[in-house]
Design a binder for this molecule. Structure first.
Ligand SMILES: *Cc1c(COP(=O)(O)O)cnc(C)c1O
Length: 312
């Protein structure tokens, strides 16, 4: 069983904040990397940001956390950790769980079970209305996410000031787009030297750019707060295996020594390298964690492309 880190004095879990920003080089481009993957061994990445509000506030009437989505989702695992930290039950609704996964639990699914997640199939009614239940949207797409992402924006602005970086591009790949949207929005709210706010660029890993744009509008009507969406010419299907994704993931690891996530980051980096003009200014890439989910993806990749290895 995983144990949860707690700081002695406060009794609250200790998060490694502000997360470090390091310099790396990839394909002869230097970039900065915001290591949100290092926030906490179990509660890391953008889910720690999105769920920060729930972690740091008291919910005296709540004893049960409820959410829904896929059986291997990063958000599900992070919520199981949040529930454990808070001493809540965690009920998670899925459309279905593959027989293979049930028989051979791995990755996020296995870790969520170890955290006592109760899985329910969606036909059972979602218990969202009672006072003791805290309901969280799939992937944490909700207003409360802004709270933790504002702290991310403040960390970035502080760092920018300390390093006298005047113009900054930021890139992060999107699922629901919640992180990118609130990051651009809260950066716009900050006072910055010279008055120029960092520009947030992203790409759609789930659905396409139209879907992502709709997600932005659901959270924020003012277009001035929206990130800029970049895309590749070919359509990409979430969770599908692509040779190019596996190759760039291996290359990233070889050239930087950092393990990136296998679902979002490969498309993120392919999109970024197809828009190299972004790298003419200082560029900050946000590492959004998700490494536990790599376990199941890596098994699938190794089975599909057994001959691919790193060759520089
Ligand atoms: C959840 C997740 C995302 C997507 O975040 P959104 O806020 O839904 O856009 C991206 N990368 C990783 C590693 C994630 O776990």
């Amino acid at each position: 069983m995983r144990s949860v880190q707690r700081s002695e004095e406060t009794g609250s879990p200790s998060l490694n904040l502000p997360s470090p920003i390091q310099t790396f080089s990839f394909e002869n481009h230097t970039f900065y990397l915001k290591r949100d993957d290092l926030i906490h061994s179990d509660f890391s990445g953008n889910k720690a940001r999105k769920f920060h509000y729930f972690l740091t506030h008291d919910f005296p009437h709540v004893d049960t956390l409820v959410s829904y989505g896929s059986a291997q989702s990063n958000a599900m695992y992070s919520l199981s950790v949040l529930a454990k930290m808070k001493g809540w039950n965690f009920e998670y609704y899925v459309d279905h769980i593959a027989d293979y996964l049930k028989a051979n639990p791995n990755g996020n699914y296995k870790a969520a079970i170890e955290n006592n997640t109760v899985f329910k199939v969606k036909s059972e009614e979602l218990r969202v209305k009672s006072e003791n239940v805290l309901f969280i949207e799939e992937g944490g797409r909700q207003k409360e996410a802004e709270y933790g992402i504002r702290l991310l924006a403040k960390e970035i602005i502080e760092w920018q000031k300390d390093h006298s970086i005047e113009e900054l591009n930021i890139f992060l790949p999107s699922g629901t787009g919640t992180t990118a949207l609130y990051l651009q929005k809260t950066l716009c709210d900050e006072d910055v030297v010279g008055g120029q706010h960092p520009t947030v660029y992203t790409c759609a890993c789930v659905g396409g750019s139209d879907y992502l744009n709709k997600q932005f509008y659901m959270l924020e009507a003012d277009e001035n707060y929206h990130p800029t969406i970049l895309s590749l010419p070919k359509k990409h299907h979430f969770g599908k295996l692509y040779r190019e994704n596996y190759e760039i993931w291996l290359k990233l690891q070889q050239q930087t020594g950092v393990v990136f996530d296998l679902l979002y980051d490969p498309l993120g980096w392919r999109t970024l390298l197809a828009h190299r003009e972004l790298l003419c200014k200082p560029l900050l890439y946000i590492h959004q964690g998700g490494l536990l989910g790599n376990e199941s993806m890596l098994l699938r990749y190794k089975r599909k492309f057994p001959l691919i290895t790193v060759n520089g």
